[in-house]
Write a protein that binds this ligand. Structure first.
Ligand SMILES: Cc1ncc(COP(=O)(O)O)c(C=O)c1O
Length: 289
């Protein structure tokens, strides 16, 4: 089956797509990206993802030359024509091709592309648990930009896999020093403590996750107190429940962390309740059919 890609306004077979050697995404990781979930053939939270894309682009002084509603329409058309039912859209915008020079060039057309990848339909809440390892947070201080410069995340995720874990959690200020938990290498981090949902504020150290924002909203709707504040590694490990969230994962409860069992290895009641509520939101926006 042909794998299609939308690139600078045209939908072409992926194996015919070409990017210039001097594309600044390739040479400088000078670009931003988004991952959008598709359920039942419909993109979920598309407007929120596009709003974040424009914020990320502004964060690196990248001027996207397409209008957001035009891009949204192109994504919807692509999903429909490609028959994507359950999957994700990977979207990337780079500054485009220019003779190599660190300084941002003037008048260069950005490279904008997206394509889809299939995913399994959503699993019932509480089915997927993950194990974490702690790694030093060595990233830059503009983590609110969803940058394609992901080497610290790549190294952290590889360290997690080599340690037999699923995901790495970033600790700012040192793992041995019980520094502050920021987020995970491709997901946001949450702890449930004394009935409250606790997560690090977004900004310099934490990506404003679309799933994170939805979960905070759903928690408030369930009268679960929300506390956006830093937690140290030692504090977080003592939480009643720990889970991570992302567009692709939705919610995964954490059953082990640095080789130690967490919360009896089972998903807790707040985690389950929020996951059910998230599925409710998804079904409202992307009904079965
Ligand atoms: C570093 C990081 N934090 C958080 C998230 C979760 O964000 P979202 O819920 O928008 O997918 C991601 C997703 O890829 C991520 O890379």
């Amino acid at each position: 089956m042909t794998q299609w890609i939308w690139m600078n306004g045209q939908t072409i077979p992926m194996d015919q797509a070409r990017i210039g050697v001097e594309d600044r995404g390739f040479q400088f990781a000078d670009g931003v990206y988004e991952v959008i979930r598709v359920y039942e053939g419909q993109p979920f939270a598309l407007n929120a993802h596009l709003a974040r894309l424009w914020n990320s682009a502004a964060g690196i002084r990248l001027n996207l030359t397409i209008a957001a509603d035009e891009l949204a329409a192109a994504i919807r058309k692509f999903i429909e024509l490609g028959g994507v039912r359950e999957g994700m859209i990977y979207l990337q915008a780079t500054r485009g091709v220019a003779p190599r020079n660190h300084a941002i060039p003037e008048g260069v057309q950005p490279t904008l592309l997206f394509y889809s990848r299939p995913l399994e339909p959503m699993a019932a809440p509480g089915q997927v648990g993950v194990s974490l390892i702690s790694v030093e947070d060595e990233r830059w201080k503009r983590c609110w930009v969803k940058s394609i410069a992901l080497l610290p995340n790549v190294l952290a995720k590889t360290a997690a896999i080599e340690a037999g874990a699923d995901e790495a959690v970033f600790v700012d200020g040192g793992v041995m020093q019980s520094g502050v938990i920021t987020e995970c290498c491709a997901s946001n981090f949450f702890a449930v403590m004394n009935g409250a949902l606790v997560t690090h504020p977004v900004g310099a150290r934490v990506l404003p996750g679309i799933t994170r924002a939805l979960l905070l909203d759903l928690a408030r709707g369930q009268n679960i107190p929300v506390q956006e504040r830093p937690l140290t590694l030692a504090q977080a490990k003592g939480a009643d429940e720990v889970f991570i969230s992302s567009t692709v994962r939705e919610i995964n409860f954490v059953h082990a962390w640095d080789g130690v069992r967490i919360a009896d290895g089972r998903p807790g009641p707040v985690t389950l309740s929020l996951h059910r509520a998230l599925h409710g939101r998804i079904r409202e926006e992307c009904p079965m059919g």
